[in-house]
Design a protein around this ligand. Structure first.
Ligand code: ADP
Length: 531
C-alpha cells in the first residue's frame, strides 16, 4: 500500500513538473524605468534614463529594434547656425521670413515668435542662411495650421540642437558640409541634417549600441508586447506584457514611458480617424492606400494610454506623402536628394504644384492628377556618378537596372523613356529653370537652388502613401501624460509618434526624428528622476 502511495506521489510530482514546464508562466521583473517600444523615441529614452542613473527595461513587440525610425529617410530638422553658415540665403528665403513675420499673428505665442525673429534677423550678420528655434517654431506652428500646442512647439524647437549634439556625443555621425544641410520634402527650410549612415540606421546604431554597451543597466526584451498598464492608487507602476515564453509583469519603480510609434499601418484605425471632410484636411478612403510604415505601427500605445485615462488629441490628422514607391508605398526608390534639386511632373509631363510646399498640399494636388502619379525630375547634380546613392542607400545605376528610375541624355530622351509628351517635359523644365532665375513662379514655390540642366537627366515615379499620424497621447513639455482634465497621470510618460500636439494638422518633413529623439531624451531624464 505504502509502495502504491509513494508511486502515486512520484507520478503527481512528475505531472506537476510537466505542467509547469508546458503552461505559460508569469515572469516578474522590475526596473526604475520601463519603456514600451524600441524605436527612435524609446531607445533615446533608454539612453537618457540610464545616463540619469536609472535601471531600464525596454519592451519591443517585434524581434528587432528600430520601428519606423530605422527605415526613414533620416532627416533631422534643427536650426543650427554653425552648420547653416555655408548654406546661401536668397531673396525667396528672405520673402518667406517677411511673409510669416508680418502676417497677423494667430495668437500670443506666434506674436512672441514673430517679434523674436524680427529682432534676430535685424541683428543677423552671418553670410549664410538665417535660422533660429523661433523661426523653426513659426514654420512648425503655421505649417500645422496652429493645431499644435504652443508650449510643445516651443520646447521642441528649443531642444533639437542640444539633442542632435547629445546624439553626436554618444557616437552618432552627421554629414557636415554645405551639400548635406538640405531641405527634406515638406521641411519648408534648409535645416535638415543628414546622418552619415544610410536611412535611419545612424540613430538606432547609436542608441541601441549604447543599450548593448550598458547591458547591466538596460535590458531589452524582444518579441514582448505590452498589453496593459498597471495602476496602483492612480499611479502607473508597471506594464503587463506577453513574451515568447509566457506572460510578464514588469514593475517600474519610477516611471513607464510609452514610445510605441504611430498607427499608419493599422487600416482599421486610420479609417476610424479619417473623419474630416476632404476640404478640411481629411482624405478619401485609405482602406486601399499603401504606407511607408513598418508592420508594427499599429497604434498600440493609444489603447494602453486610453485605458489608463489619458487624453488623446488630434487623431484625425493623418499625413500622406506624395512620395511612395508605386509598387509598395515605401519611401525607398525615391530619387530626390533635396527639395531644391528637383521638380515634379504628372503623366502629361506638366508641373502641377509648389514642390517646396507642405506635404498635405502636395499630396492633395497629386490626388487630382491622372492616376495620382508623379515623376520626380532631377539631373547629374543629384547623381554625379552612377554609383551615387539616394537617401535610402540605393545607387541610381541600381535603380535604373531595376526599372525604378529612368535616365536620358536629353530631356526629350527622358520624356520618351517615361512616356510623357516631350514638348511638355521641355516646357516644364524651362519653367522650373526660369523660376530659379526669378526666385518665384506661378505655383508659389520659394525654395530654389540649382537649374535642372546637366545631363544625364533622371526620372522616378511616385504615388500617395500613408506616412505619419500627427495625433496621439497628450503630453506636457516634460512628456508627462495628461488625463482628460489636463492633469498629469503620475508615473506615465510618452514620446515620439505616439504623442499628439507637437505638429498639428500637418507635420513638417524632418521634424519627426527630431521630435522623437528630443522628447525621448526628456522622457528618459524625467522618468529616471521619478518626477
Ligand atoms: P518613434 O519614431 O515614435 O520612436 P518607431 O516606429 O520608431 O516610433 O518605434 C516604435 C516601436 O514600438 C516599434 O519598434 C514597434 O514595434 C514598437 N511597439 C509598438 N507597439 C508595441 C507594443 N505593444 N509593445 C512593445 N513594443 C511595441
Amino acid at each position: 500500500m505504502k509502495k502504491i502511495l509513494s508511486a502515486a506521489l512520484v507520478l503527481v510530482i512528475i505531472a506537476g513538473i510537466i505542467a509547469c514546464a508546458s503552461s505559460p508562466k508569469t515572469q516578474q521583473e522590475s526596473a526604475d524605468v520601463v519603456i514600451i517600444g524600441a524605436g527612435g523615441a524609446g531607445l533615446a529614452a533608454a539612453m537618457s534614463a540610464q545616463q540619469n542613473g536609472a535601471k531600464v527595461i525596454v519592451l519591443e513587440k517585434l524581434e528587432r529594434a528600430g520601428g519606423n525610425t530605422v527605415i526613414s529617410g533620416a532627416a533631422y530638422n534643427s536650426a543650427d547656425p554653425a552648420r547653416q553658415a555655408n548654406v546661401p540665403m536668397n531673396d525667396a528665403n528672405r520673402r518667406d521670413i517677411q511673409t510669416l513675420t508680418t502676417k497677423a499673428p494667430h495668437d500670443a505665442f506666434e506674436r512672441e515668435m514673430q517679434q523674436a525673429v524680427i529682432q534676430q534677423v535685424a541683428a543677423f550678420k552671418g553670410s549664410g542662411l538665417f535660422d533660429s528655434p523661433e523661426w523653426h517654431a513659426i514654420q512648425t506652428y503655421n505649417g500645422g495650421d496652429y493645431v499644435a500646442k504652443p508650449e510643445m512647439v516651443r520646447t521642441f524647437t528649443q531642444n533639437t540642437l542640444a539633442t542632435l549634439e547629445w546624439l553626436k556625443t554618444n557616437g552618432m555621425q552627421w554629414q557636415r558640409d554645405q551639400d548635406v544641410m538640405f531641405t527634406v520634402l515638406g521641411a519648408l527650410w534648409p535645416r535638415s541634417h543628414r546622418p552619415q549612415m544610410p536611412l535611419g540606421q545612424g540613430y538606432i546604431a547609436t542608441t541601441l549600441g549604447f543599450a548593448e554597451a550598458h547591458k547591466g543597466d538596460i535590458t531589452i526584451h524582444y518579441n514582448t508586447k505590452a498589453t496593459e498598464l498597471i495602476m496602483q492608487n492612480g499611479r502607473v507602476t508597471g506594464v503587463k506584457a506577453t513574451g515568447p515564453n509566457g506572460n510578464f509583469t514588469f514593475s517600474a519603480n519610477k516611471g513607464v514611458i510609452i514610445a510605441t510609434g504611430g498607427f499608419g499601418a493599422n487600416v482599421e484605425l486610420r479609417e476610424k480617424y479619417n473623419t474630416l471632410p476632404q476640404d478640411k484636411g481629411g482624405w478619401p478612403s485609405l482602406v486601399n492606400a499603401k504606407t511607408t510604415n513598418h508592420p508594427g505601427a499599429t497604434g498600440d500605445g493609444l489603447t494602453l494610454a486610453e485605458k489608463a485615462g489619458a487624453s488623446l488629441i488630434g487623431l484625425e490628422w493623418l499625413q500622406l506623402l506624395p512620395m511612395g514607391d508605386p509598387r509598395t508605398g515605401s519611401l525607398s526608390g525615391n530619387i530626390e536628394q533635396g527639395v531644391e534639386d528637383r521638380f515634379f511632373v504628372n503623366k502629361n509631363g506638366e508641373r502641377f504644384v509648389n514642390e517646396g510646399g507642405r506635404r498635405d498640399d502636395m499630396t492633395k494636388a497629386l490626388l487630382q492628377q491622372p492616376d495620382a502619379w508623379l515623376w520626380v525630375i532631377c539631373d547629374k547634380q543629384s547623381y554625379p556618378t552612377p554609383q551615387t546613392k539616394n537617401n535610402f542607400n540605393e545607387s541610381i545605376e541600381d535603380l535604373i537596372k531595376a526599372g525604378r528610375a529612368y535616365e536620358g541624355n536629353t530631356i526629350e530622351e527622358l520624356a520618351a523613356k517615361i512616356g510623357v509628351p516631350a514638348a511638355n517635359l521641355r516646357s516644364a523644365t524651362d519653367e522650373f529653370n526660369a523660376g530659379v532665375d526669378a526666385g518665384r513662379d506661378k505655383w508659389g514655390r520659394t525654395l530654389w537652388r540649382i537649374k535642372i540642366n546637366q545631363p544625364p537627366y533622371y526620372a522616378g515615379a511616385r504615388i500617395p502613401t500613408v506616412h505619419h499620424t500627427m495625433g496621439g497621447i497628450e503630453i506636457n513639455p516634460e512628456t508627462q501624460v495628461l488625463n482628460k482634465s489636463g492633469q498629469v497621470i503620475p508615473g506615465l510618460y510618452a514620446a515620439g509618434e505616439v504623442t499628439g500636439g507637437i505638429h498639428g494638422s500637418n507635420r513638417l518633413g524632418g521634424n519627426a526624428l527630431a521630435d522623437a529623439h528630443t522628447f525621448g531624451r526628456i522622457a528618459g531624464a524625467n522618468a529616471a528622476a521619478g518626477r
